[in-house]
Design a protein around this ligand. Sequence first.
Ligand code: GDP
Ligand code: MG
Length: 214
Amino acid sequence: MTSSSSGPGNSCHYSFKILLIGDTGVGKSSLLVSFISNHLVDLDLSPTIGVDFKIKHLTIADKKLKLTIWDTAGQERFRTLTTSYYRGSQGIILVYDVTKRDTFTNIADVWIKEIELYATNHNCVKVLVGNKADKESERMVTSEEGMAFANEYKCLFLECSAKTRSNVERCFEELALKILEVPELLKEGSAPAKRNILKQKQDQRANHQGGCCS
Ligand code: GDP
Ligand code: MG
């Protein structure tokens, strides 16, 4: 069930919509920039980036994938994202900061609940990511706690650092690999996905005028 010509000028087998969620300041934008750039970046730039989404092409398990990765452009400050943000996503990355316990407790108290309310694919793949693992001396959440949470909520789990890029690629790759194992998500990841994403982009522009750049 592959669609090898799913859009103009691209020959990917599947197109997946991936979301980054979690409290403000945990490093979502930094993770995205770090993943997209393929090299160490100046993270001080990230708060001003305010991206809507970025696209990355990957080949995993012999499949050419197009990942459209959505960042919140600051809306997560209000602890609630629009339903269009969640709609149609095949993968969700839940990010907390290992040096800030409240960002970890909010994964259960806020973000998992948002997914339950708004995600339209109930079998979408979730990855729990403990970011800023480079700040070992300031750590407040242990790896064991992260792992236990991920087991309970059926998420993949990784700790990473957008600063050193440690585990950054792995987190997106493992997510994509897992999505490839879910037939219902693959069906959605074929041809029509692109149209949905364009529509969501328009919705978002209408909702947040002038707030974003690309
Ligand atoms: P967002 O609000 O979740 O998008 O978070 P940002 O990506 O804007 O990052 C918030 C702050 O944390 C910025 O000052 C980043 O430089 C810093 N930061 C992000 N990731 C890391 C990391 O892995 N390690 C360290 N030490 N700092 C990070
Ligand atoms: Mg951000």
